[in-house]
Design a protein around this ligand. Structure first.
Ligand code: BLA
Length: 506
């Protein structure tokens, strides 16, 4: 696995940012052998921070740098597999925090300047303000606003944004706190490629990342290849990992001088990010970042609580309607006939424009739908799918013919019924002709920079609007759950009818 010679916008989703081989300049990355505690690799800024030249530093025993007791504690943590505690140290008259972790067979140590001194009273006040500030509300937008305010108050970045991902990993700024003179980015949308998947994946682990100085000189780690593993160092969990040059260029284009990015993880998935920008260099130390982690943890938990509340409310509301439909069906012989007669149409179980029942080559349409022949084509498309329950908010992206009826069926949610492959219940959702503001033109972001004669990420962050074409509102988790339970109900109905039939024949 080697680093590509040139990283540009064409291949940057493949850039192996975890083995970048560079440190940020506000600290030292040291790799040591976890058995012998001999230093095997280090970033080339040891002289500046430790007063020891890089050449003299390689090969020394860690003990010489940090002292006997801290090494003993590292040893114990490795032996007990208990995780490493942050260790405050004084080296060369500088106060450092040392952050240790194991990466493959390397012990990686990040030495960061502590900067601001630690004040326990202040810290406690911050935690209290976080707990109180994010106290329960049942609105996610309100919660996001409060989180952005707290982040701004506590950490003082010029701009704090809550950035929420959609199903395709495009993102939207859903809350913002900023210095007054800055132009607002609230409601702007950004394409998924701006935060490629390898970067999103890292956030699930390290959760908070700072870039303390966008205009820093990257510090190479030497030797490049670990003598322990014969591979480049995996820096996924290093707090000092250097930054992809593409992302640096991106930030420079925005005139950003420093950033802090924190993961909002809801039920194990990356829900969004808190993205903070400063218009000059800005460093916040490890303990402040732990406070930030605490804040995003509470924030994430509260999102989860609110979402569960919404889910339960929807399911309860639906359950009554659903039971009424099932009850009314009991006296019916044919499911298709029965569904056409219920006092509440089944289409109202799930927010939709219309629906269809296709059973034993009988088809019934409800509300706003494509024409019968078109629905039968959709049926053939669905019959090839493996999924029992299928949904999309953009049917034409998978089935181009759907362009013709996107006004009624941009989105569909369907399930297979009974044992036959071509029995279906379908809900249709119409196109929402929304106007979306993009932070830059996603079709034109690979702009050719004549000066540098190379591709660069888009230079322009002017508002650009795109009409969403052939896209419906998204299907929600409670919609899918309702479909799942309704399918079980209808399958039971079919099974009961079959049994009746058999006993009649006997
Ligand atoms: C990383 N891109 C990121 C990160 C953010 C964004 C938040 C994580 C930064 C970090 O780890 O500290 C994007 N930042 C945004 C967006 C906003 C913001 C959308 O503030 C909106 C307000 N970037 C591109 C393109 C490519 C790209 C076209 O725009 C390549 C195809 C790559 N972005 C890219 C890479 C990283 C990144 C490779 C990882 C950087 C790293 O961790 O080294």
């Amino acid at each position: 696995f080697s680093y590509p010679e040139k990283v540009d916008v064409q291949n940057c989703d493949k850039e192996p940012i975890h083995i970048i081989g560079k440190a940020q300049a506000h600290g030292v990355i040291v790799a040591a052998n976890p058995k012998t505690f001999e230093v095997t690799q280090a970033s080339e800024n040891t002289l500046k921070f430790f007063g020891i030249s890089h050449k003299d530093f390689l090969g020394i025993s860690l003990e010489k740098l940090i002292g006997k007791l801290p090494v003993k504690r590292l040893q114990a943590s490795i032996a007990e597999e208990s995780g490493f505690a942050a260790e405050d140290l004084k080296i060369n008259e500088n106060n450092f925090v040392m952050l240790a972790h194991l990466s493959e067979d390397n012990l990686i140590l990040d030495f960061e300047i502590l900067g601001k001194t630690w004040n326990p009273t202040h810290f406690q006040q911050q935690l209290t303000s976080i707990i109180n500030g994010l106290d329960t509300t049942n609105s996610i937008p309100t919660l996001c606003d409060r989180a952005a305010k707290l982040m701004k108050n506590i950490f003082g970045y010029d701009r704090v944004m809550v950035y929420r991902f959609d199903e395709e990993w495009n993102g939207e700024v859903v809350a913002e706190e900023k210095e007054e003179h800055l132009e607002s980015w609230l409601d702007l949308h950004y394409p998924a490629s701006d935060i490629p998947s390898q970067s999103r994946k890292l956030f699930l682990n390290h959760k908070v990342r700072i870039i303390s100085d966008v205009n820093y000189e990257p510090v190479p780690i030497a030797p490049e290849i670990s003598p322990v593993t014969n591979k480049p160092l995996d820096l996924s969990r290093s707090a000092l990992r250097g930054v992809s040059p593409i992302h640096i260029e991106y930030l420079q284009n925005m005139k950003v001088g420093a950033s802090l990015t924190a993961a909002i993880i809801v039920n194990g998935n990356l829900w969004g990010l808190v993205a903070c920008h400063h218009y000059s260099a800005k460093f916040i130390n490890y303990y402040q970042r732990e406070t930030c982690k605490f804040l995003t943890q509470i924030f994430s938990n509260n999102i989860s609580t609110i979402q569960t509340g919404i889910f339960n409310k929807k399911i309860n509301e639906n359950s009554e309607l659903r039971q009424r439909i099932v009850e009314e069906l009991k006296i019916e012989d044919s499911l298709a006939e029965g569904l056409a007669k219920t006092s509440v149409p089944f289409t109202s179980l799930i927010e939709s424009g219309g629906g269809a029942v296709i059973l034993d080559n009988e088809i019934k349409l409800f509300g706003k739908t494509p024409k019968e022949a078109e629905v039968l084509e959709i049926r053939d498309f669905l019959a090839q799918k493996d999924e029992v329950i299928f949904h999309t908010k953009n049917l034409k992206s998978q089935y181009p013919k759907a362009e013709n009826y996107k006004k009624s069926a941009s989105g569909i949610l369907s399930f297979k019924l009974g044992r036959a492959e071509d029995n279906f219940i379908i809900w249709f959702r119409p196109e929402v002709a929304e106007t979306v503001s993009w932070g830059g033109d996603p079709n034109n972001k690979v702009s050719y920079n004549e000066e540098k004669q190379r591709l660069s990420p888009r230079k322009s962050f002017e508002k650009w609007t795109e009409k969403l074409d052939g896209i419906s509102h998204s299907w929600q988790d409670y919609d899918l759950e309702t479909a799942k339970v309704f399918r079980e109900n209808l399958n039971q109905f079919l099974l009961a009818k079959q049994k009746e039939e058999i006993s009649r024949l006997n």
